[in-house]
Design a protein around this ligand. Structure first.
Ligand SMILES: [Zn+2]
Length: 121
């Protein structure tokens, strides 16, 4: 997939993909600073998975900065590019990366244990 994120300046000559950039930002929001960045004491955000993804979602849906095909797996919590992998179950309102896709069709409503525990939240 071609990158959609347009960097205003690219001093690092980055060639990583959109999903890699968004994943790095997601990890940053959760408390891990990339090596090339230095933050002042107490400036590093340490958010939960859901809080961090809310910020990504805002940048996707409200400001159109990040491409909106990047989704968070409802089961393992990892981000994935839904244009090249994964599955969304409308009936179960469940995003699944390719590693967690249980292959169960929406019509045959039969959950795995992981899917059940995710639904119970
Ligand atoms: Zn997953």
């Amino acid at each position: 997939m071609e990158n959609e994120i347009k960097l205003i300046k690219n001093n690092d000559k980055r060639t990583d993909s959109d999903i890699e950039k968004v994943q790095e930002f997601y990890v940053f929001l959760k408390g891990t600073c990339p090596d090339k960045i230095t933050l002042g004491d107490g400036h590093q955000p340490v958010l939960t998975d859901d809080q961090a993804f809310s910020i990504i979602w805002y940048l996707q849906e409200y400001l159109s900065v990040f491409p909106n095909q990047i989704e968070k797996c409802s089961i393992c919590g990892e981000l994935y590019d839904s244009s090249s992998e994964g599955y969304y179950s409308e009936n179960r309102n469940l995003f699944m990366c390719s590693g967690c896709d249980d292959g169960i069709d929406d019509d045959e409503f039969e959950d795995t244990d992981e899917a059940d525990s995710s639904l119970a939240e």
